[in-house]
Write a protein that binds this ligand. Structure first.
Ligand code: PBG
Length: 342
């Protein structure tokens, strides 16, 4: 064999699991994760979502049970998405601020059962409008900014009264964070946080989510309010504005195709960053897993790790059941010691 002089051998730090774990730069833990839950009316309802294998729409009683199980496993935050009866959908999304509606009841019952769980919910009109847009629409089919903000305020106040911990405006109207902050403060809800979907792209990866909520766009697309996937500087501007307006947490969405945006935002802000590992990111991996092309658990773990490595502090993901067994608290497999193979 040839004689080599290799003074720096990085493989020494990869020699065994105990060392690999000591030198691990990024660690994913259950408390980094936020579980999105789809809520339906009724009792003991558990309705599969065709495009999201493994994810179900749950009635409030089962959502409470699910939240308790997640909490016991270290996942301390959930985000609620109501699946509305089509008969309740309305051009102005009035059900969005109904204090006795499905979302309000879900927030109340879950916070009552688990006061220590952090409960969040979207603030946007799309689950509640029959046209499927996030805002009010005029006769020309334009999405109205300032008029929509009035609705978002009503929706935020309803959620605050029901006991929400974070309202999460996901609508991308200009100026909504400041307006919601002011309205919450004026009503005595200064303790309610705002997680702003700051850089939310007009992505093709939301399809399964819209299937889950049975939201169908009656016309057009969301490109006049959600961002162009080509733009990163603009994401920094959106986030800076939301921060100035009082957002407590800034979100980038989707996550894995936008890791550069997360990394750039990490350099700009001292605020926590959330990333949304969205329905399409989940569905692609599950489809490949079901076809036998790859292992979903490992791909999800790697994906979520990459999102955290890029700079996200918290991650919304549907892949919690798949990754939980792979997360901290780590337990070294005793076999590794017995085999003495290193
Ligand atoms: C609603 C909303 C959407 C998602 C979260 N909140 C869809 C959309 O904007 O069309 C997508 C989440 C996902 O795909 O998992 N504004």
């Amino acid at each position: 064999m040839i004689e080599l002089n290799i003074p720096i051998r990085l493989r020494r730090n990869r020699k065994m699991e105990a060392i690999r774990r000591m030198v691990q730069e990024t660690r994913l833990t259950p408390s980094d994760l936020v579980a999105p839950l789809f809520i339906v009316e009724g009792e003991k309802q558990r309705i599969p979502i065709g495009t999201m294998p493994g994810v179900e729409r749950l009635s409030i009683d089962l959502a409470v049970k699910e939240a308790k199980e997640l909490f016991a496993q270290g996942v301390h935050a959930i985000a609620l998405f109501p699946v509305l009866d089509p008969a309740l959908k309305h051009p102005e999304g009035k059900e969005a601020w109904n204090e006795e509606g499905l979302l309000a009841r879900a927030i109340r019952e879950i916070k009552f059962a688990l006061p220590e769980l952090c409960v969040m919910a979207d603030v946007a009109l799309d689950p509640f409008t029959n046209h499927g847009h996030d805002g009010l629409v005029n006769e020309k089919g334009e999405i109205l900014n300032d008029e929509t903000i009035e609705c978002l305020i009503k929706m935020s106040l309803m959620q605050a009264k029901a006991g929400i911990d974070f309202v999460a405006p996901s609508d991308m109207m200009d100026g909504r964070v400041g307006a919601i902050r002011e309205a919450l403060d004026d009503a005595g809800f200064e303790h309610v946080g705002i997680l702003a979907y700051s850089a939310k792209y007009a992505s093709a990866l939301y399809g399964p989510f819209r299937d889950a909520l049975k939201v169908r766009l009656a016309f057009g697309d969301k490109k006049t309010y959600q961002m162009d996937p080509a733009n990163a500087r603009e994401a920094l501007l959106e986030a800076a504005l939301d921060e100035e307006e009082g957002a407590d947490i800034l979100m980038v969405k989707p996550a894995t195709l936008y890791l550069d945006v997360i990394a750039k935002l990490r350099e700009q802000t001292k605020r926590p960053i959330a990333a949304y590992h969205v329905s399409g990111e989940y569905a692609m991996v599950m489809a490949a897993h079901q076809a036998g092309y790859l292992n979903a658990e490992k791909v999800f773990y790697e994906s979520l790790l990459s999102i955290k490595r890029a700079g996200a502090d918290l991650i919304f993901t549907y892949a919690i059941k798949q990754v939980l067994p792979l997360l901290c608290p780590f337990q070294l497999n005793i076999l590794n010691f017995d085999q003495r193979q290193n």
